[in-house]
Design a protein around this ligand. Sequence first.
Ligand code: ATP
Ligand code: MG
Length: 324
Amino acid sequence: MTRILSGIQSSGECHLGNYFGALRQHVEMQDKGQGIYFIADYHSMTTVRNAEERRASVRDIALDYLACGLDPERAILYRQSDLPEVCELAWILGTVASMGLLERSHAYKDKLAQGGSADFGLFAYPVLMAADILIFNPQWVPVGRDQKQHIEMARDMAGSFNHVYGEEVFVLPEPHILESVQIIPGTDGGKMSKSTGNTIRMFWPQKQIRKAVMSIVTDSQAVDEPKATDSAVFQLWSLFADPEAKKAMFERAEAGGLGYGELKKDLLQRLLAYFEPMRERRAELEKRPDYVEDVLAEGALRAREIASVTLTAARRAAGLGAGG
Ligand code: ATP
Ligand code: MG
């Protein structure tokens, strides 16, 4: 069966970008193969420095997955730190990851460019991510466009290890990027990210969603002036519109006569209606915290079974431990 692997960091609350760029696809794919999805709490240590914040985020994301339709009978959902084997594999892969490769990482370069003080964790982030992926030897790795480089780096490390030790221990992973899902913009027009405070979360109280939608940046064209339809507000609105509605709205925008206030109100209504059933389901699940923990524990058991096969093969190929 096709093995499909992907993850979301526990660095805050999931938002529309995570939903359309990741969650929704993960749920759809659980019918197409063995979906393995993890909540990346080790990764979140590069940004979140508070234990309770991290725990709360893990819980929230698990609830989001289940509310959005992940079926734990089919897909595996686990917490990354319940599979510490990935840290061992990260070390192994780090020894075949060149400095030049890691220095080209966009995430690392961006952090430095923003004047942030990067730590080893951030620098090594692509190595841990390569371990997350390669430990399952998945055929598909569905991710948003922002993660494409990380998959390429994982391919590079997999190829290097196989070459160095003369064994095909790792399958070279393929990114699976849906062409229809671009990077979803945030309220400030930049990439919507948990860590940048420009998000719209589908499960916020309605008032908070309304406030965020109304705050989406727009240009200052008056109502009767034509509008550019490639801006953040149009991109976000388009997520909830079928092609016919989209065509009609874009024609009005280009002709002039469509105000941003009207567009935002329509976006708000569509967004709330779209997520209403999931919101209800989430409210039910929130009353069952033990169930959510059980799902994660069971997910970790199943994940470990698959992961231990690859890790054992990697250890043997590299001459580690007593095996071989
Ligand atoms: P952080 O700011 O902490 O990096 P994030 O919001 O970027 O958080 P991640 O946990 O890094 O979220 O990514 C989880 C998944 O969501 C990845 O597959 C990523 O490609 C996807 N994703 C994140 N942001 C967007 C976005 N704005 N548009 C489309 N996909 C996104
Ligand atoms: Mg990210």
